[in-house]
Every structure is written in C-alpha cells, then in structure tokens.
Design a binder for this molecule. Sequence first.
Ligand code: T4K
Length: 373
Amino acid sequence: MQKKNPPILVTRPSLPPVEEYETLVREIFDSRFLTNGGAQHQKLEAALTQKLEAPYLRLFTNGHLALECAIAAFGFFGGEVLTTPFTFISTAHAIERSGLTPVFCDVEPDYYTLNPAGLEARITPNTRLILPVHVYGNPCDVAAIGRVAARHSLPVLYDAAHAFGVTIGGRGVAQFGAAAMFSFHATKCFHTIEGGAVACGSAEFAELLNSYKNFGYRADDEIREIGGNAKMTEFQAAMGLLNLKYFEREIEKRGKVAARYRENLGGIEGVSFRPVPENVKQNYAYLPVTFDPATFGRTRDEVAETLRGYDIFPRKYFYPIASAAACYRERYRPEDTPVALLASERVLTLPMYADLALTDVDDICEIVAACKR
Ligand code: T4K
C-alpha cells in the first residue's frame, strides 16, 4: 500500500459551507458587536440550552476555562477533588490551578470511566467535589456516582468535553450532576473553533458562571467575584450556530465510520472496542481501540509506528495518565490506578472524522490487521 497523500490525521474538523459563514460574518461586521454577549452568542446559548436539554447553560471561550470557572463557582477554599487520571491533562490542571488537589481514582475496565466502586474509599473530610470524565464520549455510571455523591453530600461536576449530544436513557448528559462542561474545540464533533460551555441545574450557579467569565461583574458598577475573562466571541458563536445545523448529519457520518472499523477489526484476537451500552446514544467522538500485546502479538506503540509509516497519524489519547505527567508524577504513583495505567499503555485512538472515506478506513484496518503476529 502507498503512503497516504495527503496524510490522514487523527481528526479533521467539519466545516459548514463557507458562504453560510460569510453571511453571519457580514451580520457581525454590520452590528460592530464582536464579543461580550452579542446577537450570535445569545442565539447559540439559547439553541444549545435546548439541544443539550440543560436547565441552564453558559458559553465560554474554551472548555478548559469553562471547567476552571465551573470549579470557581462552587466556592471552595482548598480541598480535594476525586477524579480520573485517564483524561486529557486539562481536567487535572483545572483542579490544580483552582487551588484544589486532584485525588486520582481508578477507572473501570470496560469504558475507562471513573469506577464508582473505588470512590467511597478515597473520600476524606477534605473531599469537596467529584469530577468524573465521560471519556471518549462514553458516559460514566452516572447513577452509581450520583448515589455515592448523595451519601456524602458532595457535588458532581462532569467533564463532558467529549460528550456533546450523548444521551443516557433518552436524557442528555447535561442533566446529570450539579454541572457539566462541554468542549467545542475544533477537534470535537461539534465545534465553535475554540469554545466550551457549562450546563448546570441552578439559576444561581449560572449567574456565578457569567460572573467568573467576565471579571466578576454582576452589573456595570458591581464587581462581586474575582473572575477572569473566558467569554466566547461572536465569530465563534456564528460557527457554532452553523455546525449545530449540520450536527445530526455529522453524527450519522461518524457512525458509519465507527461501524466500518468495528466490522473490519472486531473479530481480530487481541483487538477490542469499548462496548456500547443499549441505553446510550453515542456521538462517535473518538475511535479508541485497545491492543493486548499478549494475544495480538504487537504493542500499541508498534501498531502506531507502522501506521505512521503510511503517513497515517493515530494518537495515544490518553498517554501518559495525568498522575504520570512530569508536573504531577513526584506527588503520585501511577500504579495506584492500575486499570487507567494499563489503558494508557494499550489504547490507540484511530483516525475518526465525518469526512474520513470508508476506503481509507479499510486501508487503515488492513494495515492494523497485518500487524498481528
Ligand atoms: N477535558 C477533556 C477531557 C478534554 O479532552 C479537553 C480537550 C478539555 C477538557 C479542554 O477543552 P478545550 O479547552 O480544548 O476546549 C486536542 C484538543 O486541543 C483538545 O481540545 C482536546 N481535549 C484534546 C483531547 O485534543 P491536541 O494537542 O491533541 O490537539 P492537536 O492540535 O494535536 O490536534 C489533533 C489533530 O487534529 C492533529 O492531528 C491535527 C488535527 N487538527 C487540529 C486542529 C486544531 C486539524 O486538522 N485542524 C485543526 O484546526 O489536543
């Protein structure tokens, strides 16, 4: 097989027709309102509140600052946050940068989401918050996590960066926990170039989010919180409005790509996919595949290297786990979360995007299958 030209990257953002974006950009130019909650922002906030079935929703300039503002809105002064190390480093950084301490708990072996079974043992008088991640868009066991949280009167803030559009038993993921953060980065299945949102269950929390993203302003002459700047611009919101229009088509196309991968690789010993729970509507945000070197005969890294030889660039999301990152490893032992550690050594996220040709999926799978020993 020839090298891919152009190369195939792990993802490629979908874009609306450029003429449609031009129309909205003209509206922005005419209005001279570029940021700070203009017309596009208001429309997108209303549309996403509905789409995500969120009681309240506030937009942000990116998912990371959305997470930091959400943590700030709880108003803790130090303490511990139970979270997963098997995530993008943003989750741990948001906790640490908020003056709190991440306590890394292990994930469960099917979905790699926070294992509710291990949570209770890690709760101390200093625990303030549970911050699970719907990693790859696979929802956490929200019922079990909710029960642990209720028993100990702890709030739950979901990092739903990957879970836009995912529903559990017909209910949007935004409805679980005290709040949920979504990322709208260009690499996500719904994007606003850079962007994010926090959904929450109370009007008061939503007011705090507005304040923390806008320097603490409650009114022109009233600065109540020590907030920062995390506002979404009109150009981002316009992109979001158009991408929202095409979102269902996006998911349909991604679903076909995911099905083709499963069809091609599903029967190979040593290759496994995350199971799909019956009551979950997926968004196919990522295509994580786990390679067991004992039965596949090759390591995840060897498979990645082989693909790179064909100019196909999968990614090791999420390696290293947060507790093994250079900035955390002196304070943690990655072996304390063995399931997460093993996942970080075995998972390869293969290219996944709406416009990935099924013939390219077939080629990727052929190369992967040929790695087997
Ligand atoms: N929590 C979790 C669980 C998260 O996964 C994330 C972000 C956050 C919180 C924070 O949300 P944000 O603040 O980002 O909204 C990417 C994304 O930048 C990041 O949003 C995402 N998670 C993370 C999992 O992946 P990188 O450093 O891997 O991105 P990069 O630039 O290497 O891009 C990946 C591939 O996409 C490349 O092969 C190139 C391609 N690409 C990328 C961009 C930006 C394009 O083709 N076009 C583009 O415009 O972090």
